[in-house]
Write a protein that binds this ligand. Sequence first.
Ligand code: ADP
Ligand code: MG
Length: 306
Amino acid sequence: MAISRVAVSGGGTIVENAIETRKLTKTFVVQRGLSDLIRRRPAAGGITPVDGVDLLVKRGEVFGILGPNGAGKTTLIKILCTLILPTGGRASVNGYDVKKESGMVRESIGLVTTDERSFYWRLTGRQNLEFFASLHNFYCDDARDMVDELLGVVDLKYAADERFLNYSAGMKQRMAIARGLLNDPAVLFMDEPTRSLDPGAAQSLRDFIKEEIVKERGKTIFISTHNLEEAEELCDRVAIFDDGRIKVVGSPEELKENLGNGSKLSDVFLHYSGKRFEERGGGGGFRPDRRGFAHRGGLGRRRGGL
Ligand SMILES: Nc1ncnc2c1ncn2[C@@H]1O[C@H](COP(=O)(O)OP(=O)(O)O)[C@@H](O)[C@H]1O
Ligand SMILES: [Mg+2]
């Protein structure tokens, strides 16, 4: 794949597109169970959650992958973050090939997920970030300064020396963002960052992402969501994604306008996928998932639920 590059002053080059994919595909082989083996049933085949995906994400853009549960969003992000290998096609992030230059890709990206278990619950927020900073090869003083700065960025300085287990869901999610920013990445991947938050905390987090991460820090963001309002509010452009395929790409306004007067993003989804958004994935697009939402002590309330 030809990587688009533009010249910058001083003779260097930077890549024009933060992310490029060409016919990117991932097929998981469905393994036969023991009883299938004993009864000599044939293999069930494969499942293809990423199916020939072509994408161009520009530098500085907030790009959203909008699709219901099971559409393949996480699988796509995992490939772009080099956590799993594609089975077909190509992808580059910041100009680096995800297969051949995975180390360079990893150095230039951050990943924010909703997996709270990836933090150490008995350590404080500060200790957690210092630990993860050491994994990025930052040593003592440098790590301490940077962690201090990031705790300020995510507005958690006031709780930095509290144990992670006492944090509310919103605070944990801010910690995940701080961890994603530790290596000052050019591209920040966010996999459904507001999934485990109640509507109020989710709105605060979206405001925070807009103000601090996009406006102040100018990061390229690749965000997956199954929430239509979230896609409209945060994204410069969205890709409607279903059954592993990109159905259409455009700004939310553009997509709605093209469909005609008064159309909503749910109408766009219906038009291009042939399915009602609410009916897919058990209607997860509209129901806040309260799993993991836990206010303890006074910490959560001090910042409006975050
Ligand atoms: N490691 C795996 N092995 C087999 N199937 C998988 C694996 N990971 C994901 N899948 C399947 O791929 C599909 C898409 O999953 P995922 O990418 O998590 O969707 P989303 O993030 O949009 O909810 C699902 O049907 C899921 O069961
Ligand atoms: Mg997912």
